[in-house]
Design a protein. Structure first.
Length: 272
DNA sequence: AGTGCGGCCTGTCCGC
DNA sequence: TGCGGACAGGCCGCAC
């Protein structure tokens, strides 16, 4: 499910409901997501308030006076705001209840997600420490990519999805950005010139901003935090359209696999 | 150091 | 209709 726009949409959806609200109860039904949920988390956050929620890549950082709770939605996770008395259904692993009778519920069928705790600066956490730049920040530029790509012979698509380079660009948006920039997905990262990288950076930013504006991509089970679906899937040009005609040139789109992930592209519009 | 793969899980879809 | 296999939006950790 969640790529950066979905995570950002989730943040914006849940924040107004729980910011500055005191936590009254925590229910953990499944302790093993990608990693074990720290056993002290309940005692640590009950009675405390969420001061702020921030996003770093696809990690959500829930700031408390005594530390930070980190949530990653993995491949299939979502967070919803519900009434505290709503009974749990399948894969509802964690509930956090607030004094205003609202509840943050973490549902994740595949359990690739994570809920962690860090006492000090969350950016020092091993999972966050080595993350690359934020794609919507000024640091994410063609010059930056050129420097990073210099020694990289890996495919540009794999490179773009490397979180040590830029964080939060997942399979859908990497696929879409390469199409928008007219770059062949298997081109070596170091072979892309500054001019092409400029197009790529512009495309990534534009697509991510547009998707956030639309409230995230709707695919299968993705729901915004209030339960309403996002609407970006109508705007995908290549992802999920293998075999169908390219919107630009009508050539049938091709599907390949790169690093175990599907890539769709147009042989005609995306040249080496 | 950079690269490529296996693995974590459940659900869905497609072909036989 | 049932069943096996491939695949799905992520990403760590390991072997080479």
């Amino acid at each position: 499910m969640p790529e950066l726009p979905e995570v950002e949409t989730t943040l914006r959806g849940i924040l107004p409901h729980i910011k500055k609200q005191k936590i009254t109860n925590v229910a953990i039904r499944h302790t093993h997501l990608r990693w074990p949920i720290p056993s002290h988390i309940k005692a640590t956050i009950i009675g405390k308030s969420v001061l702020e929620i921030e996003r770093r890549g696809k990690y959500l950082l829930f700031k408390f006076s005594n530390g930070t709770m980190i949530i990653h939605l993995g491949m299939s996770g979502h967070l919803r705001i519900l009434a505290t008395d709503l009974p749990p259904t399948k894969h509802d692993h964690v509930d956090i209840c607030f004094a205003n009778h609202k509840m943050l519920r973490f549902n994740d069928p595949r359990r690739f997600g994570a809920l962690l705790w860090v006492d000090g600066d969350p950016l020092i956490h091993p999972l966050l420490k080595h993350l690359g730049v934020e794609p919507l920040s000024a640091q994410f530029s063609a010059r930056y990519l050129l420097g990073k790509a210099q020694s990289r012979s890996t495919a540009i698509k794999t490179f773009l999805m490397d979180h040590h380079v830029v964080t939060g660009v997942g399979n859908i948006y990497a696929t879409e950005a390469l199409f928008a920039a007219g770059i062949h997905p298997t081109s070596m990262a170091k072979s892309i010139d500054l001019n092409q990288l400029k197009k790529l950076v512009i495309a990534v930013k534009k697509i991510l901003r547009e998707a956030i504006k639309q409230g995230g991509t709707t695919l299968k089970d993705f729901m915004k935090s209030d339960g309403k679906p996002g609407y970006f899937s109508n705007h995908l040009n290549v992802y999920g359209r293998a075999g169908l005609p390219c919107y630009r040139c009508r050539h049938p789109l091709k599907q390949i696999r790169q690093s175990q992930r599907g890539t769709v592209y147009c042989e005609n519009c995306q040249q080496f």
